[in-house]
Write a protein that binds this ligand. Structure first.
Ligand SMILES: [Zn+2]
Ligand SMILES: [Zn+2]
Length: 143
C-alpha cells in the first residue's frame, strides 16, 4: 500500500480536499495512531493500527490526522481542544482516540484441566500429552 496515495484518496473522498504533503509509516509510535507535523506538513502513521484493527479503523485514524492537517493550513483551530477540530472530526466520522494497541487474541486454543477445571487459552496448539496444568499438574483436555 502506498501510504501517501492512500491518504490523498481519503482526503479527496472524505474531505473533498487535496492532501499535498507526504505520509510515512512510523514504527516508533507506541500508543498513538498518527501524528501531524505542522513544521513541514507531513503525517506519520502507526502501522500497528492497520495490522491489528484493519483498514476501516485505520481510515478513521487517517481522517483524524487529516483534520489537524486541513484545519492548520486553513488557519483554523487545529488542536484537539479547538471547536473547529471537534466539529470537523465529527463531520468526517474520525476517531477521537486511538484504539487499544494490544493484539487481539485470535484463533485461540482453549484447554481445561481435568482435575481442577482451570481454563487456559493459548495462541498455539499445545501437546496435551506433554503439558500439564500449571496449578495442579492435572491433565489438560481440548475444549
Ligand atoms: Zn490528534
Ligand atoms: Zn489443574
Amino acid at each position: 500500500m502506498n501510504l501517501t496515495s492512500y491518504v490523498q484518496q481519503v482526503s479527496k473522498e472524505d474531505f473533498g480536499k487535496v492532501f499535498r504533503h507526504e505520509a510515512r509509516w512510523n514504527t516508533r509510535l507506541r500508543t498513538t495512531g498518527g501524528r501531524f507535523f505542522p513544521k513541514d506538513g507531513h503525517l506519520d502513521f502507526n502501522p500497528k493500527i492497520l495490522d491489528i484493527h484493519g483498514l476501516a479503523v485505520f481510515r478513521k485514524i487517517v481522517r483524524h490526522e487529516l483534520c489537524h492537517y486541513h484545519l492548520f493550513f486553513e488557519k483554523k483551530g487545529y488542536r484537539h481542544k479547538d471547536k473547529d477540530f471537534k466539529t470537523l472530526l465529527q463531520q468526517v466520522d474520525g476517531l477521537r482516540f486511538t484504539p487499544q494497541l494490544v493484539e487481539k487474541v485470535q484463533n485461540c486454543h482453549r484447554y481445561r484441566c481435568l482435575l481442577c477445571g482451570q481454563d487456559y487459552q493459548r495462541r498455539r496448539r499445545i501437546n496435551t500429552h506433554k503439558y500439564r496444568c500449571g496449578k495442579c499438574r492435572g491433565r489438560l483436555i481440548t475444549q
